[in-house]
Design a protein around this ligand. Sequence first.
Ligand code: NAP
Ligand code: MG
Length: 479
Amino acid sequence: MTFKHYINGRWETGVTIGVSENPSDLADVVGEFARADAAQTETAIRAAADARDSWAHSTPQRRFEVLDAIGTEILARKDELGRLLSREEGKTLPEGVGEAARAGQIFKFFAGEALRIPGERLASVRPGIDVDVTREPVGVVGLIAPWNFPLAIPAWKIAPALAYGNSVVFKPAELVPGCGWALAEIISRSGLPAGVFNLVMGSGRMVGQTLVDSPLVDAISFTGSVGVGESILKGAAERRAKVQLEMGGKNPLVVCNDADLERAVDCAVQGAYFSTGQRCTASSRLIVEAGIHDRFVRRLRERTEALVTDHALKRGTEIGPVVSQAQLEQDLAYVEIGRSEGAEWLCGGERLKRDTEGHYMSPALFLAQPEHRIAREEIFGPVACVIRADSYEHALALANDTPFGLCAGICTTSLAQATHFKRHAQVGMVMVNLPTAGVDFHVPFGGRKGSSYGPREQGRYAAEFYTTVKTAYTHAGLA
Ligand code: NAP
Ligand code: MG
């Protein structure tokens, strides 16, 4: 059986077929999936455009019911969906189930938001006139997702898009069509009019680029790499489509002399290596004050060496495989770059053999200088480096010395230092005595500088991207 696209309320065969494999066990094929060309993608875009008015004028109650039903089903099936996620993407089973649950919660949250679409009524500066400021759907939105959160990221794009009355063409990453398809299958039974939600699978170059270039697509929400994000921005700006980009990170975790050592090490291990380091919010720069540096490094190295890397579905696995051969090669290349640039290798960074053939690699730890490439470039794998800082002020300066600005963390027992850091970290999200990765679903998510562009995702702030504002003036007097 080949899993099909969902276009205009029907399941459609693709133009070609792609295979999704399990990175923990390359002999395990997750499935065969349809892939679209430009013409098939355009069919889906036209269906979304034809359906846009029906959904744009639907009642909040109807939208609530649809989104609530989707959320309920995802939550009821979180174990099964989480298992699929772990099998296809390679994060551990508890992480996969946790992400599936989060996707369900996101739909539930936006079901409620559909009932709370904000507006304002003001008096005019002129007599006898009232002013209404309301939010309307943007229209057709193209949603382009990465592979690393194959349920949660699509959920936090699709749910607000539908809640605010838009129609959708969703393109999952080619590495994880199984999760995208499972989500689409649930959405297909939720009572939406045909064409309001469409799933089109295939490559970014083909399906993604067609979405970006189509004059019928009013807005593009993209999460992925900086390079692709920048090209999407150019293409969309040319035809003045609305754009939202969430891209990379090189997130710092600052460890101060007064930090609780065990907590700091725990934050570092979780932030750097969990989900195989494949999180845009991962902490890959551990910036450690001189007074705690040696103790921290000793303990972190012990903990890192003890991490269990194995099949994502195996009980006891802490670190699953890297998602793909290409990503594994990139990670290993960075380990070599670190060595050749003179960073001090402490542990890991080696290919591992396990019972099944998969993309296994031991988590790598280096002592690096701020100018080393492994301390500056996003690797997107289980590779972290420790950078020594002379003082808190030095640590803060190092933390901000990056083109990225997604997330930053600090471990300290000083309220004054924590407060200072919250105010001066040049990022969209700050964590105090917490790992840099791991966020709530009801508050805004996003960054600054090279990490993000456009309005924030998630929480009430999602309305900024998925709606457009209308100002209406009414003269009250009839005479
Ligand atoms: P990617 O290569 O940029 O791909 C992201 C998505 O864009 C995929 O669906 C991809 O399709 C598609 N795409 C590729 N070329 C395109 C084009 N020319 N036009 C339109 N779409 C195109 O990123 P990735 O490798 O999947 O994910 C890793 C990156 O995502 C990392 O840099 C990470 O930091 C970032 N990320 C950021 C966040 C955040 O919120 N800030 C969250 C998660 C991940 P195919 O891959 O299917 O061809
Ligand atoms: Mg990629």
